[in-house]
Design a protein around this ligand. Structure first.
Ligand code: ZN
Length: 373
């Protein structure tokens, strides 16, 4: 199992180092755990399902990090649509000697919940005792996969995913990696909110068996709610998955670069405040570059290509590489444009180009920063 999940190069190095009795300076091992798989679909939506979203996002994260880092090994607990038990996921992570474990999931609430179609937002969990019934429900749902195994009561030493009493073990257990886990969770939450524009449901704690059984800093991400049709559309889209993966990669980069500066005297038992407070805004992920339309008496032509309810980052994926974009606000919406022309003929030329990326783009006429007929 060990060899199967590691790249050949590092195995060869491992063997060579062991043969000479050297201490092997190991690469950083990142374990990516796409939740569910095979007969276990996870949360099911109208157009897609959790297991396939989790897998695709995890693969994108893995590919992007492999491109960026020579010293990071990516280990997947599954890299296809197969069923892997929670126990096997933990075994894969522990045997690979993981330095970090990221479990990727999609949230949902049950059919009785009246907010089912409007609830939205991302949250990142670390292991701990739930502080709210909602958090416990999420952990119960994610742990429920155990019951799909025949002999789960013996495999999981009597742990019953559906019994609240079982969750006491997470309170009593020591969690050596909590500080690092919270640090990573905060970084991911931050990027999901600011880079991928998810509603902020905060960093939380609950008793996830898979986080408890992995002996490394570990987090579990709930990307958004599949039961909300609008969010499901985003989760189902390739663009959405790319954006979510990018957010996770950005957070990983921050975590990894700051890891060297971790205080050494953090005690595992230190109480931690998990009300994650946003750090100062960082320059790269916040869009102040997009300029609003220049005020002028002159009538100008622009190509409008995108409308958003939120201000978008000028370097964001949404723009598909278009640069020098600007926006104007109309009825509470941000309407994004490109180009500034005195002549409609010139605008038409650019329109043809823009329509290759945004087929429904059209020309507008503006004066004094406002659209005119
Ligand atoms: Zn899940």
């Amino acid at each position: 199992m060990f060899g199967k999940y590691l790249k050949k190069g590092s195995m060869a190095l491992f063997v060579a180092a062991s043969a000479f009795g050297m201490t092997y300076a190991r690469d950083f091992v990142l374990v990516l755990d796409p939740g569910h798989g095979g007969k276990d679909y996870g949360a099911i939506g109208k157009i897609t399902n959790e297991k396939s979203i989790n897998l695709r996002v995890a693969q994108l994260v893995g590919e992007k990090i492999e491109d960026l880092y020579d010293d990071v090994e990516i280990v997947y607990t599954r890299d296809d649509d197969s069923f892997v038990s929670l126990k096997d996921r933990a075994t894969i992570a522990n045997e690979a000697g993981g330095d970090l474990f990221i479990s990727i999931h999609v949230n949902s609430v049950d059919k009785k919940n009246r907010n089912r179609s409007i609830i939205q937002g991302a949250s990142v969990y670390t292991l701990g005792l739930h502080k709210s019934a909602d958090n416990l429900e999420v952990a119960k749902r994610e742990n429920a996969v155990m019951a799909m195994e025949d002999d789960y009561t013996s495999s999981y030493e009597g742990f019953n995913p559906d019994s609240s009493e079982s969750y006491i073990i997470f309170e009593l257990s020591q969690n050596q990696h909590l500080e690092q886990s919270v640090r990573l969770a905060g970084a991911i939450q931050d990027q999901l909110v600011r880079y991928a524009n998810r509603v902020d449901k905060g960093v939380r704690q609950a008793g996830f068996w898979v986080l408890w059984s992995t002996s490394m800093p570990s987090v579990l991400i709930e990307l958004d709610f599949i039961c909300n049709p609008e969010q499901e559309k985003y989760l189902a889209s390739e663009n959405g998955k790319q954006e979510l993966a990018d957010a996770i990669v950005r957070a990983f980069a921050k975590y990894k670069s700051s890891k060297a500066n971790l205080p050494l005297d953090v005690k595992a038992s230190d109480p931690l405040t998990l009300d994650y407070k946003k750090s100062a805004k960082d320059e790269s992920s916040i869009s102040k570059e997009a300029e609003s339309a220049v005020n002028t008496d002159v009538e100008i032509y622009k190509i409008q290509f995108l409308t958003s309810s939120k201000e978008l980052s000028a370097a964001g994926k949404e723009f598909k590489g278009l640069s020098n974009t600007s926006f104007y606000k109309d009825n509470g919406l941000y309407k994004y444009t490109v180009g500034n022309f005195n002549e409609i003929q010139s605008a038409k030329k650019l329109l043809a180009e823009v329509q290759q990326k945004f087929p429904s783009a059209f020309i507008i006429k503006m004066k004094n920063g406002k659209r005119i007929k």
